[in-house]
Ligand binder design. Sequence first.
Ligand SMILES: Cc1cc2nc3c(=O)[nH]c(=O)nc-3n(C[C@H](O)[C@H](O)[C@H](O)COP(=O)(O)OP(=O)(O)OC[C@H]3O[C@@H](n4cnc5c(N)ncnc54)[C@H](O)[C@@H]3O)c2cc1C
Length: 415
Amino acid sequence: MAEVIIIGGGIVGLSSAYYLHKKGYSVTILDKGDLKDNCSYGNAGMIVPSHFVPLASPGMVQQGIRWMFNSKSPFYVKPSLNGKLIGWGLKFLKNANAKHVERAGIPLRDLSLLSKSLYHSLADELKADFELQDKGILAFYKTEKAAEEEGHLVKKALELGLDMAALSAAECAALQPGLKLDVLGAVHYRCDSHLYPKKLMDALLNYLQLNGVKIMPNHEVTRIEVAEKAINSVFAGNMAWKADHFVLASGSWSAEIAKMVDMNIPIMPGKGYSFMEPEPEQRMQIPALLCEARVAITPMNGSIRYGGTMELGQINQKINKQRVLGIVESVPKYFPDLKPEVPSMDKIWYGFRPSSPDGLPYIGYSHKVKNLIVATGHGMMGLGLGPATGSLVSELIAGEKPTVALGIFSPSRFN
Ligand SMILES: Cc1cc2nc3c(=O)[nH]c(=O)nc-3n(C[C@H](O)[C@H](O)[C@H](O)COP(=O)(O)OP(=O)(O)OC[C@H]3O[C@@H](n4cnc5c(N)ncnc54)[C@H](O)[C@@H]3O)c2cc1C
């Protein structure tokens, strides 16, 4: 049985392990943490075929600059002379155009739809209830400008065959009776779904452990040995680990590991925050996105999760309370009766979105070493795209034709 080592046990690593195990591979996951928390746990749990426009898109640059001068804004890049950040930023600028958005639409849609259908199969196969629901997401807006932008999105989504509809404020209210609204309207991304990430991750880990996948927490990969253009072994936990194939699924840390085999895959960590609150009296039935505030609200596990902000730059353990306040204060502007409390520091979760400069994931073989597959860089969509990515990784390793064309996701596109 051919052996595969996966570096990283987030949703991408676990999904890859799942589909590889299903195809009969002997799989080991090495993770530097305890596998009880990573970016795949505290996220908003949204599966978003609606997000076929990558973050690198027209208007994002100007909007980003405006946000940089507001301490509570949803987006922040610390001005810095850090060469990595500047290089990433220049690539972002180069990609933030209409041509890139046009080129990315169909591949992103196909990846998302594949993942959504795999999530349904996973729920059956794992016999697990991770609260997967197909109620869509309501993207609420308060301004004419956002209404216009969402209007364009609906038009394009319908062209791509995705189910979406613009609703008036009254139509939104009818969907969630009793939940007071102060909005101009919303677009119902009916094509979207949501789930509770912790239950999903627990179910996957449990299944993998019970079915013979070797899971090694506290095993940080610190060095990779290459011989004859192939990985010979990776070093973790004072040991050399050998396998036939390797998968790089280390989220925001992937760029550093790629460097060990002389690969350049630009990734910046995009820090985001979330916190949970008891469910309000008037139940939120359908998850919400607050368009202008860039906040996500998802009912899960009998509670409600608020999440948002994107601080591009560094991996550190600092909590910027101003950004969390930005989330808290935005909510009643859309839902006057929903007034989340400012969470205490220990209630604030944060994670690092592995963000590529063109807003697209890296999925495919390394061009530097022949037995390494890269599966990372999913940014704000990694939870949703996890199963599709894992399934594609297993197809590549098995030498099968990938279900989704992978050209645009090539890990060597910035070389
Ligand atoms: C506030 C917030 C809300 C979000 N909401 C959504 C959402 O609604 N929908 C969505 O699709 N996405 C969402 N995301 C994004 C999503 O959470 C991420 O894209 C996704 O979790 C990334 O998964 P991953 O497996 O690539 O990385 P991670 O989950 O970060 O896992 C990477 C793993 O690699 C390990 N690792 C790193 N370095 C090493 C090393 N040297 N050796 C061994 N192991 C290593 C780490 O310990 C970690 O366990 C959100 C993110 C945030 C922050």
